[in-house]
Ligand binder design. Structure first.
Ligand code: SF4
Length: 252
C-alpha cells in the first residue's frame, strides 16, 4: 500500500477507539479521541493494555472510518496509542488524515521505532502535534516466572528491543514537541533514567515525566520519592488522571 493511498483503502489494526480525557502527560485533561492500535514489539511485565500486546485483540479498521469517528466525537485531540503504533506503516496516513480533519495528534510510542515527520504539504511521514515517547526501563522486563512467557523468549526479545538509542535520538531530533515519559517503580530507576538521558540529545527537564507504575491511585506518601526526584531535577510528576476518574477500565 502506498502511503498516499486513499484513506478509504487504508487500514490499521485497532483494539479499541473511544472518547475520553487524556489522562497522562502534557495534554492531561484534554478531551481526546483515542485510537488504540493492536500489536506491540515489546512485552512489559506490567503492561496495562495486554489486549494490545500480550494477547492482541481487534481487527483492521479503515482510516477513513476512524477519522470520521474522531471528528464526530467533537474532541480537539486525537491520540494514536497502542500497543506500538510505529510498527504499522499506515500510522502515517492515519496521522495525516486526523491532522487534515483539524485534530491535534498525539502519538504514544515506546520509542523503539522512528518514523519521520511529514513535510508541509507532503504525502509521507507522520503529522504529529506531540510525540509522546515512553522508553522502557529494566523494570518493564517480564520476570522469569511470568506465566505468559513460559520459555522466556519474550523476556529476552523485550530486553534486546526495549531501548533503541538511534530511534530515540531521531524522534527527539525530529519532533520539537515531545515528552519523555518514564514508568518508575523504585528509586533505582532514577540512575537508569539519568544514564539514558546522558546518551540522548538534551531535552528540557520539564519534558521528562516520571509516572509511578500502577493501575490504582497511589497511597498518600507512597510516591514521595518520585516527587522529591522531580523537585531536585526539574522533571515533571506524571499523574494518571484517568485512573482517578474511571479506575483501570477499558475504553477510558
Ligand atoms: S510498550 Fe506499551 S503496549 Fe507494549 S507491552 Fe509495553 S506497556 Fe504494553
Amino acid at each position: 500500500m502506498a502511503p498516499s493511498a486513499s484513506p478509504a483503502a487504508v487500514t490499521i489494526p485497532v483494539s479499541e477507539a473511544f472518547l475520553s480525557v487524556q489522562g497522562e502527560g502534557r495534554r492531561t485533561g484534554v478531551a481526546s479521541y483515542f485510537i488504540r492500535v493492536s500489536g506491540c514489539n515489546l512485552r512489559c511485565g506490567w503492561c496495562d493494555t495486554p489486549y494490545a500486546s500480550w494477547a492482541p485483540e481487534g481487527a483492521p479498521a479503515a482510516v477513513e472510518g476512524l477519522v470520521h469517528a474522531a471528528r464526530a466525537s467533537g474532541a480537539p485531540d486525537a491520540v494514536i496509542t497502542g500497543g506500538e503504533p510505529m510498527l504499522f506503516d499506515t500510522v502515517e496516513p492515519l496521522s495525516r488524515a486526523l491532522a487534515d480533519a483539524g485534530l491535534r495528534v498525539t502519538i504514544e510510542t515506546a520509542g523503539t521505532i522512528a518514523r519521520e515527520p511529514c513535510a508541509p504539504g507532503g504525502d509521507r511521514g507522520l503529522a504529529c502535534g506531540l510525540m509522546s515517547i515512553s522508553p522502557k526501563l529494566s523494570n518493564s522486563t517480564p520476570s522469569p516466572g511470568d506465566g505468559r512467557d513460559p520459555g522466556g523468549a519474550w523476556r529476552s526479545r523485550h530486553e534486546q528491543r526495549r531501548i533503541n538509542l538511534g530511534a530515540l535520538r531521531d524522534l527527539i531530533g525530529w519532533y520539537p514537541r515531545r515528552q519523555l515519559k518514564f514508568v518508575v517503580t523504585s528509586a533505582s530507576d532514577l540512575d537508569e533514567i539519568e544514564a539514558l538521558l546522558g546518551r540522548l540529545p538534551p531535552v528540557p527537564p520539564e519534558e521528562v515525566i516520571l509516572m509511578p507504575e500502577g493501575v490504582t491511585p497511589p497511597a498518600p506518601g507512597s510516591t514521595a520519592w518520585v516527587v522529591e526526584a522531580c523537585l531536585r531535577r526539574g522533571w515533571r510528576y506524571g499523574h494518571r488522571l484517568h485512573i482517578d476518574l474511571f479506575g483501570n477500565r477499558r475504553g477510558t
